[in-house]
Write a protein that binds this ligand. Sequence first.
Ligand code: SF4
Ligand code: SF4
Length: 87
Amino acid sequence: MMGSRLRPRLVVDNERCDLCGLCEELCPSDAIRIEGRVLFDPEKCLACYGCVAICPHKALRLEVEVVDATSLLNRCRATSLDRYFKR
Ligand code: SF4
Ligand code: SF4
């Protein structure tokens, strides 16, 4: 069973954010909602960094923690990257 591998955290600088809504509009997975402030759902986030890139005020920072490195490693081993592990 594949567990969650990435745990994203969106850090908002409220001093910079003017609630323009661009990040909410752009987010492909509806992980952001603007309701008087930027609300973030880490379960929906794909960690694409689109919101960080589009924010005109550089108000967003995305921190992504790998919480299941074993499953990532197993996936790498199952691909052509395998040869790098065998050196
Ligand atoms: S794009 Fe930036 S300024 Fe606009 S709502 Fe999102 S965080 Fe705030
Ligand atoms: S990183 Fe991508 S998926 Fe996650 S909140 Fe930002 S735009 Fe949405």
